[in-house]
Ligand binder design. Structure first.
Ligand code: BTN
Length: 262
């Protein structure tokens, strides 16, 4: 049984970097690093994660998985399930999971997850970094349209302290589930149950220069997203950025926004 051990900092460049440093020094799995602010927060696809003081939870956990290499991508899906469950339990949020691991409320991003592997003298470790927006008031204007926060989604000021331990416990518990013989299947099922993106969602996926539009058709055994393209072909994607598209009407035209509101 892994017991979460929490280290708190006032300010760090990145909790992922600090957790990776601790992992390289031999930290046990379950070590969690939290900072009140990050000065160089890291996002997926080399993006920056804006991390002002008091506006978010900046959290990283060290894990040392005993999984087949092909199952490692399931760690971020597992983390999304754990965060999704904790957001519902603690804040009563209505939330969705966008493939692979963004948590959305009202179709806007509320949480991002970044997994990074670290080579250590105890073997390969993974640092799972989780950023939850608590308040978006101080976010730059361009983020206000695409990001939301627990405060904006619930109308209440989020008590981050009430969230930290349940989050760490949910992560450890789903992590242990993932490592059971039937664990990968259980995590895929949990993820799909919680995500409107798993099945039948019209979406666009951008992966480098490739842009694909189609309908989601579930996940592969390693968490890859299967898309039925507009040409009727099933394609599997292991990375990329997904955005939802409006549903098509029977005539193949997009449903218009004003008709959505009826
Ligand atoms: C994403 O781009 O969606 C992933 C964002 C992950 C941000 C978190 S905040 C805590 C941890 N430390 C980092 O530097 N990044 C992750």
């Amino acid at each position: 049984m892994i017991t979460p051990h929490i280290l708190r900092f006032d300010s760090l460049p990145s909790t992922n970097l600090e957790a990776a440093r601790e992992a390289a020094d031999g930290a046990s799995e379950g070590l969690c690093v939290i900072a009140a602010e990050q000065t160089a927060g890291r996002g997926r696809l080399e993006r920056h994660w804006i991390s002002p003081k008091g506006a978010g939870l900046y959290f990283s956990i060290v894990l040392r998985p005993q999984l087949r290499q092909s199952e490692w991508p399931l760690l971020t899906l597992m983390a999304a399930v754990a965060v999704h469950e904790t957001l519902i339990d603690v804040f009563g949020l209505t939330a969705d999971i966008k493939w692979p691991n963004d948590i959305l409320a009202n179709d806007k991003k509320l949480c991002g997850i970044l997994a990074e592997t670290v080579e250590t003298r105890l073997g390969r470790a993974v640092v799972l970094g989780i950023g939850v927006n608590l308040r978006t008031g101080s976010f730059p204007a361009e983020l206000q349209d695409v990001a939301t926060s627990v405060q904006a989604a619930t109308g209440q000021d989020a008590d981050v302290e009430a969230f930290i331990l349940p989050l760490a416990q949910a992560l450890v518990s789903y992590y242990q589930t993932l490592q059971l013989p039937e664990g990968p299947e259980r995590i895929l099922r949990e993820w799909s149950r919680r995500s409107s993106y798993a099945e039948g969602k019209r979406l666009r996926l951008v992966d480098g220069a490739a842009i694909i539009e189609g309908v989601s058709r579930g996940l592969g055994p390693d968490g890859a997203l299967i898309i039925e393209t507009n040409a009727g072909e099933l394609k599997t994607f292991r990375s990329g950025d997904v955005t939802r598209l409006r549903p098509l009407e029977a005539d193949g035209n997009e449903v218009h926004a004003q008709r959505d509101q009826k």
